[in-house]
Design a binder for this molecule. Sequence first.
Ligand SMILES: [Zn+2]
Length: 104
Amino acid sequence: MGSSTRHITHRPPPPGTTLGAHLHRLRLSHDPFCPWCRTTPEAMEHFLLQCPCFHSQHTALRSLLSTLAITTLDLSTLLAASGVHPSWQPTVLRLTYAFLRKTS
Ligand SMILES: [Zn+2]
C-alpha cells in the first residue's frame, strides 16, 4: 500500500480565519455603519471592544483577561496578543477566537 505522506487534515482554523470572515462581511456591506448596532462607523475596535450589541461578551472577555492580569484591551492585544507575556499569548488568542465565534 502506498502510504504516502498524509499530514493532519483536521486542524482547528487559526484565529484569523473567523476574523477574516467578519472583515469580509463588513466590507461587503456598503453601509458605513456597524451592521449590528448601526450607530458607529464600522471598525474592528468598535466591534471587539465597544459595540453595545456585544456588551455582555465584552464584559466576559474583559473579566477573563483580567484574571490573566491583562487590563490593556486594544486591538493589538486581542488580535496579536502583543504586550502579553508569551506564556499567555495562546490563551489570549483563544479567548479572542471564542469571542468571534460567539458573535458570528
Ligand atoms: Zn456596533
